[in-house]
Ligand binder design. Structure first.
Ligand SMILES: [Zn+2]
Length: 366
């Protein structure tokens, strides 16, 4: 993967600015990221680039066909699409630039999710959420002054997404122990190290210190690169993400506002740790159980994880983010079907334990 990750404090984005000299750059932004976009467009112009503004006066931009079409039309004849934003704008830029057959990049404005360099773009089509396969950004530009001043809930969501790597990597080890699924050691180690660095920087993160925010941002990017080298999303997405996906589909079906990805993942992580503990505490017997219980002992406790999430301002019950009670019950029973991937949710289902764990999980996480 040939990706340029550049930090303002290290290089002043010199490499990117040089690359854009004599190029026409479509810059996509919304009302929230407008100040950063305008400033950066000036900088691009000073460095010999021509800029075309693709502006959305929306506070909560929905990546619908007409919004994408506007970008597609406006960016015609340009050489590059740069998103100034995070999840939605980045996904739209990836999609539009793929259609136009030109490269794209992002000036990241928040450490809010792990999709910066993923090959998927979550868009809305005919009122339905779709995930299109798109190309990845060539450049990820990070100005820590911008990222650390993002709304705190966005940083909390990014932290939640990384905390989710505890259970996603645990699920991988589970699948290995129970089903013999192979582990891509390099991808696994990359993700694990990046997650550990974030947890070790937790104190700094609660104060939004640049160095800690940089570690969070790095881990969010590593999630993408680890998936790329592995060839699938196993290194960054397990049972906690499947819960999030299940809930998301329900929000979309109801036409309701979807809570931020990382917030759903964070609560899903608590649920998954709880499930692992339930199995271990009850010494439930299944193939490979002994090995699995050794791994479970290495997981942080739910209390530890919950305390960190609370300190970051992250919700810790699904009711807090607008999930319906019946939807959460349904999620516990069916989230394992969201992807064809073995996780603790699959195991709970196979063992016929769904019914017995539901009241326990509902009491603690609804
Ligand atoms: Zn994620």
């Amino acid at each position: 993967m040939n990706m340029n990750v550049e930090y303002r404090h290290e290089s002043g984005f010199k490499c990117f600015l040089q690359k854009m000299t004599n190029k026409r750059v479509a810059v996509m932004y919304d009302v929230n990221t407008k100040p950063y976009a305008l400033e950066f467009m000036r900088e691009l112009q000073e460095n010999g680039a021509a800029t075309v503004a693709v502006y959305y006066p929306d506070e909560e931009l929905v990546p619908s066909e007409d919004k994408c079409e506007y970008a597609y039309q406006t960016a015609q004849g340009t050489d590059y699409v740069l998103a100034v934003g995070s999840g939605t704008l980045n996904d739209m830029a990836k999609s539009v630039s793929t259609r136009l057959g030109i490269a794209c990049g992002v000036l990241a404005t928040a450490a809010s999710m792990d999709g910066y360099c993923s090959k998927g773009a979550a868009l809305m089509r005919g009122g339905v959420k779709v995930t299109d396969e798109v190309h990845t950004p060539e450049d990820i530009l990070i100005d820590l002054e911008i990222v650390r001043n993002a709304p705190k809930i966005m940083t909390a969501a990014g932290f939640g997404d990384i905390i989710g790597k505890y259970t996603c990597l645990m699920d991988w080890k589970l699948a290995n122990a129970v089903k013999g699924e192979s582990i891509h050691q390099e991808a696994f180690a990359m993700m694990e190290q990046a997650r550990t660095a974030v947890v070790e920087a937790f104190e700094g993160l609660t104060k939004y210190e640049s160095e800690a925010i940089a570690k969070l941002m790095r881990a969010l990017i590593v999630a993408g690169t680890s998936m790329a080298i592995c060839g699938n999303s196993r290194p960054a997405s397990g049972s906690e993400h499947h819960q999030s996906h299940f809930l998301e589909m329900d929000f979309v079906r109801r036409g309701e506002k979807i809570p931020m990805h990382g917030l759903k993942v964070a609560i899903g992580t608590l649920v998954s740790i709880e499930l692992y503990n339930y199995l271990k505490d009850n010494q439930v017997v299944f193939e490979g159980a002994e090995k699995v219980y050794e791994f479970v002992a290495e997981l942080p406790s739910v209390e530890e994880v919950r305390a960190m999430l609370v300190q970051m301002g992250c919700p810790v019950r699904f009711s807090e983010i607008g999930v319906r009670e019946e939807t959460m019950r349904e999620m516990l029973a069916k989230a394992y079907t969201v992807r064809d991937r073995y996780t603790v949710l699959t195991l709970i289902h196979e063992l016929g334990l769904t019914e017995s764990i539901t009241p326990l999980i509902m009491a603690k996480y609804y």
